[in-house]
Design a protein around this ligand. Structure first.
Ligand code: HEM
Ligand code: HEM
Length: 254
């Protein structure tokens, strides 16, 4: 993906192609897994979803199950790639940091007109916390889903207690995943967060917005580490390795 901003646009590159593909592979397969998982339960016929043109298959348990397997290949593959790729590249910008809970509270209060929000690095503190939460939920869905798949395909006589635990865990994480998705949509609809939608669709974000709201990130991109707010940060905080600040280097600025 080019690092030059589109002609005449005052934008900063926020995500590379790899991150965009990862986000949308996990998002689209995750949403498809919610639907196909629900269609494995006998609800499609009961609620006349089978009557909707193009959705007759939703009443077919075996077909829905095979679709669930197919989307889980994408979901598991993209999740594993995400962990290995960013782990090897040493990317840490989205991992929670000390003080994130307190800072998130300040940000939420500022949405209601109470006080100013602090200057941000690449991600908001609540984005880093949300990331940890969704990562945990996804890990739970994958682990319990794999046990259920193993039972279905290779071990029909699997210990019943294990199957029950896996099923309850899968159902619980399914509910948490849906709640996390609703919270994610609510977060991006909040007005100050809306410019990030462009970033997750195109990889680019408005420069004035980034400079105003994410000055610590912009300073890192420019190779500076001298923003006054940096001094108030936890002393353990390390400067991310090159390329991490935005998955980009200073040339990412345009
Ligand atoms: C099940 C579906 C989805 C999952 C699992 C998911 C997951 C994530 C995660 C883990 C992040 C990074 C941390 C965070 O901000 O919480 C993120 C960022 C984001 N997502 Fe999603 N997402 C999903 C669907 C969507 C959809 C449908 C949109 C619609 C536009 C969307 C828009 C965004 C935006 C705007 C960001 C912030 C990007 C930035 O910081 O530049 N996501 N998503
Ligand atoms: C976003 C991710 C996922 C969601 C929302 C989801 C949702 C569901 C739901 C609602 C069910 C039906 C209730 C049940 O039998 O427990 C289900 C069943 C199942 N899921 Fe998932 N699932 C996800 C990911 C996965 C993954 C990654 C795998 C495999 C690695 C998997 C494998 C299965 C299996 C084998 C069943 C049981 C089918 C049966 O024996 O009736 N799921 N899922």
């Amino acid at each position: 993906m080019s690092r030059q901003a589109p002609e005449g646009k005052n934008l900063v590159k926020r995500h590379g192609l790899v991150v965009l593909i990862e986000h949308w592979a996990i998002a689209i397969s995750g949403l498809a897994l919610i639907l196909t998982g629900l269609f494995e339960l006998p609800i499609a016929r009961r609620y006349f979803i089978t009557e909707i043109p193009g959705l007759r298959w939703s009443g077919d348990y075996i077909f829905s199950l095979w679709l669930h397997y197919a989307f889980s290949v994408v979901f598991v593959g993209a999740s594993l790639f995400h962990v290995v790729y960013h782990g090897l590249m040493g990317h840490r910008a989205i991992l929670p940091k000390r003080g994130d809970l307190r800072e998130s509270w300040e940000v939420i209060k500022s949405f209601f007109g109470k006080g100013e929000e602090p200057p941000f690095a690449k991600y908001l503190p609540e984005q880093r916390l949300a990331y940890a939460g969704i990562a945990l939920i996804i890990a739970g869905l994958i682990a319990s889903g794999l046990v259920k798949t193993w039972k279905n395909l290779f071990a029909p006589d699997m210990d019943l207690t294990l199957v029950l635990w896996a099923t309850w865990a899968h159902n619980l994480f399914f509910v948490l995943f849906v709640l996390a998705f609703v919270a994610h949509m609510a977060a991006i609809l909040i007005k100050p967060n809306r410019p990030m939608i462009r970033a997750i669709l195109t990889g680019w974000i408005r420069r004035d917005y980034a400079e105003h709201r994410h000055p610590l990130w912009i300073a890192e991109l420019a190779g500076r580490n001298d923003h006054p707010a940096r001094e108030q940060e936890a002393p353990t905080r390390e400067r991310p390795p090159d390329g991490e600040a935005g998955g980009e280097n200073p040339q990412g600025l345009s």
